[in-house]
Write a protein that binds this ligand. Structure first.
Ligand SMILES: Cc1ncc(COP(=O)(O)O)c(C=O)c1O
Length: 616
């Protein structure tokens, strides 16, 4: 029982399943190289053929078997989504409506379902019951029902009648262009209701019923809906947008029952996910551990620590996680040698522009890691705030060699992005975390997770009691901007523009490092994505290498930086295994925030601090 009613939407989708599949086929943009076995996996022939068989990447294959390159992808296009929306009609999703990705995604006929993860869930997670008050919202759709049930305030008492935003018009995204020629858009309180409450005590005649065109253009979301309580999944309106966006970028996802849930950003999504999968504390705990990069996002480490979850660092190279090292750790795991901890069953990874190292896993690397995860029954948490900030090689404005499109073609942009774990997930063993923080605004505290139905259902149960879903202000503002005004194409153009802005900043930072840092001591790889530059200082060449520890050298340089007026992050802050000595002397510098001039000055000061410490 669901409160969302879309005029004939679901029925249309079901009955037009085969037509839509064929229209997907027509939209291959020349990539009609669909090999038959994989086609059956994606639902064109729905005989009961097992998906992993069809793809030839079954976990049971001997280790020596080569990892297959990408299976063919028949991307869902913006045109497909427009067609689907036109068929579905206007989205009617009043206050507290339930929604899920299935209502909005392409038919998944014939695809296998995700595997079950009962054996990975924690007791805490399995004990979560549905929120009774949220469930009661399903009755709100009953015509004529007078609700005395929920604690939803009457929008009449919301002290905000409208919000006006001034926003860029794609593709003119700069601040200057927006100020000069941006668009004013207003979000009203009752924009979406078919019959807004008449103003009190007015004797004017009944307004005429709205025309068909007016109805079609009428907003689908407004302040009366957004600012009231909602389902913990987030609004139907934003659920539709992120579902479609996920399909455009990662689709077709190999299994059928994937879902999304909007989040209060990836920080909170990770905390919920770890509590769902890892049981570390307490006497009767499973003593779980988490695999992650040997240098990992410090907040992730700070999330795991109080949960009692052990963290195991996997060695890295310039492409991040080394699958061989991950396999070695899993193959050789001895609880007796690991403080009684169970063999890890969860990997937390930041595949693109990793925080802090800036490393980006190439496609083959991701496939190899996925295969290791399959062999060892490891669940993957893919945290991708920097995914869209994949950049061309430095100084190569055309992005040659990395497939990063710098032209204005949205399709080319999507093709050039390194495939995500989600897109290769034949088992449903990936939970992907997306966030609007780094690509729209961090203050939105808005993101979403994508995973199998089972995992998302458990995630929602936690969200119901943890935060009741993301802020309505954020959702309605981002919906107006991304869905209503820009649409999918405008948003993708925004992302294309943004990653080129970051590429320029990255180039300034790398050039400053070339100019101001002692090259005989400091080395780096030019980041291919994200916001971070990771600098390795050769500790063995330090004049006091025999008496000073790496941590002491790091502290000395850090303090000297502070006294010179520059803040960089210490590499040791990110060590996955905090109780082990760091493998080297590192600093993280971000090119996201400072002006180009300040970035150059900051790197000059860092160079001075290093020289002083090394007495050169
Ligand atoms: C890897 C990674 N994950 C998550 C976050 C935080 O994301 P959010 O703002 O969505 O909580 C950050 C922010 O620095 C990050 O680097």
């Amino acid at each position: 029982m669901r409160t969302v009613l879309r005029t004939g939407a679901l029925r249309d989708l079901r009955t037009s399943a085969s037509t839509s599949l064929h229209s997907n086929f027509r939209n291959l943009r020349g990539r009609t190289t669909c090999r038959l076995p994989a086609v059956s996996c994606y639902g064109f022939h729905s005989k009961s053929q097992d998906c992993s068989e069809a793809l030839g990447t079954a976990a049971q294959l001997p280790e020596a078997e080569p990892v297959l390159s990408a299976p063919p992808r028949e991307r869902i296009t913006i045109a497909d989504i427009k067609e689907r929306r036109a068929k579905a009609g206007r989205l009617i999703a009043p206050t507290a409506s339930y929604s899920d990705a299935d209502m909005f995604k392409a038919p998944t006929v014939g695809k296998p379902k995700a595997k079950r993860w009962d054996h990975h869930l924690t007791k805490e997670s399995t004990l979560r019951e549905p929120c009774k008050l949220k469930q009661a919202a399903k009755h709100l759709k009953q015509p004529g029902l007078i609700s005395l049930g929920g604690g939803l305030p009457c929008p009449e008492y919301f002290p905000i009648s409208s919000l006006t935003l001034h926003i860029p018009r794609p593709p003119h995204f700069s601040e200057a262009a927006t100020l000069a020629d941006g668009e004013d858009v207003t979000i009203g309180k009752y924009d979406a209701s078919s019959s807004p409450p008449p103003p009190p005590k007015q004797s004017s005649p009944e307004p005429p019923p709205p025309s068909r065109q007016q109805v079609q253009q009428q907003p689908e979301y407004d302040l009366s809906i957004a600012l009231n309580y909602a389902q913990a999944t987030g609004s139907a309106q934003m659920t539709r947008f992120v579902t479609e966006h996920t399909e455009l970028v990662h689709g077709p996802i190999p299994y059928a029952d994937w879902r999304v849930c909007l989040t209060v950003g990836s920080t909170s999504a990770l905390e919920q996910t770890l509590r769902m999968l890892c049981d570390g504390g307490g006497v009767a705990s499973r003593r779980d551990s988490l695999l992650t990069e040997e240098f990992s996002f410090s907040t992730a480490l700070e999330t795991a620590a109080p949960l009692g979850v052990g963290v195991v660092g996997v060695r890295m190279d310039e492409q991040g996680l080394l699958p061989g090292d991950m396999e070695r750790i899993l193959d050789c795991w001895e609880p007796g040698l690991r403080g009684g901890r169970r063999k890890p069953h969860v990997l937390y990874t930041v595949p693109s522009g990793q925080n802090p190292t800036g490393a980006t896993q190439g496609e083959q690397r991701r496939r190899e890691i996925y295969e290791v995860a399959r062999r060892h029954d490891v669940f993957i948490v893919e945290d991708e705030p920097y995914y869209y900030l994949q950049m061309p090689d430095k100084g190569n404005g055309k992005g040659e060699g990395r497939g990063v499109a710098t032209t204005g073609d949205v399709e080319e942009f999507l093709e050039g992005l390194i495939p995500s774990y989600l897109s290769m997930d034949v088992d449903g063993r990936v939970l992907r975390m997306d966030s609007f923080s780094k690509v729209v605004v961090p203050g939105s505290r808005l993101g979403w997770v994508t995973a199998s139905e089972q995992i998302i259902e458990r995630f929602i149960r936690h969200a119901e009691v943890a935060n009741q879903g993301p802020s309505g202000f954020s959702q309605v503002i981002l919906h107006k901007l991304l869905d209503e005004r820009w649409g999918h194409e405008g948003y993708l153009r925004w992302l294309m523009n943004l990653r080129m802005e970051y590429a320029k900043r990255r180039d300034v930072m790398v050039e400053a490092c070339d100019e101001f840092l002692p090259r005989e001591l400091v080395t780096w790889n030019t980041p291919q994505a994200g916001m971070f530059h990771w600098l390795k200082v050769n500790h063995e060449l330090h004049p006091h290498a025999s008496t000073k520890s790496i941590l002491e050298m790091e502290e000395e340089i850090f303090n000297s930086c502070i006294s010179r007026g520059v803040l960089v992050a210490r590499g040791s802050w990110f060590r996955a295994e905090q109780d082990r000595p760091p493998p080297g002397l590192y600093f993280r510098a971000t090119f996201a925030a400072a002006t180009p001039e300040n970035m150059r000055e900051a790197i000059r000061r860092l160079g001075e601090a290093i020289r002083e410490s090394y007495q050169i």
